[in-house]
Design a protein around this ligand. Structure first.
Ligand code: FE2
Length: 196
């Protein structure tokens, strides 16, 4: 029986072309120009600032998961849940920041070693901390992010990047401020059973 025409080719075409390598199509730190009516300098400044706050948001997000797993004591359950809620909200912010960077023609930081190299949030120990120390560490990280985000929002507004300004204020700053409130109330020393 004659072999169907192109049988070999068809079989070859079903084989996954794995183990491929190629040059990068965009080097980190280089901007690709998108038609969004922003100057290259403005986009570059926003991308650099957003990558910094992205690295810090990644780190704060992961700090929440660490504490979600390692929390101990009588408030275990409520903090276990609260830490995870804040983790999810920070995770959404990571995505919002990263997609803004790409929308500006930049390249987002993504991998853990690059995040660790870039963040200005102090490194947490591998070991387990008491609840007040966990919360203090989280509050410090929030404050670092809030401080830089307010400066970056002003710079974005001054340079005409209203989209970045709005993202930083409406999404990032407001979420962080609210999470700070929820955490801070756990460090108020009020009696649990008997009033003073
Ligand atoms: Fe969990």
């Amino acid at each position: 029986m004659p072999r169907p025409k192109n049988a070999g080719t068809s079989l070859d075409r079903a084989r996954p072309l794995d183990h491929q390598k190629a040059h990068e199509i965009q080097a980190f730190g280089h901007l690709t120009r998108l038609p969004i009516a922003l100057s290259e300098n403005t986009a570059r400044q926003s991308v650099e600032n957003l990558n910094q706050v992205l690295a810090d948001t990644f780190t704060l997000r992961d700090l929440y998961k660490k504490h979600h797993w390692q929390v101990a004591g009588p408030t275990f359950y409520q903090l276990h849940l609260l830490y995870d809620k804040h983790y999810e909200e920070q995770n959404a912010l990571v995505d919002t920041l990263a997609e803004r960077i790409q929308s500006l023609g930049g390249l987002t930081l993504a991998m853990a070693p690059d995040i660790a190299e870039t963040t200005i949030i102090p490194r947490a120990p591998k070991g387990r901390e008491e609840v007040p120390a966990q919360i203090s560490r989280l509050l410090h990280a929030h404050e670092i992010i809030l401080k830089e985000a307010r400066t970056m929002a002003r710079l974005a507004a001054e340079s005409g990047d209203d989209g970045t300004n709005d993202l930083l204020i409406s999404d990032l700053i407001r979420s962080n401020e609210k999470q700070v409130w929820f955490l801070s109330e756990h460090l108020v020393d009020v009696p649990l059973v008997k009033a003073d």
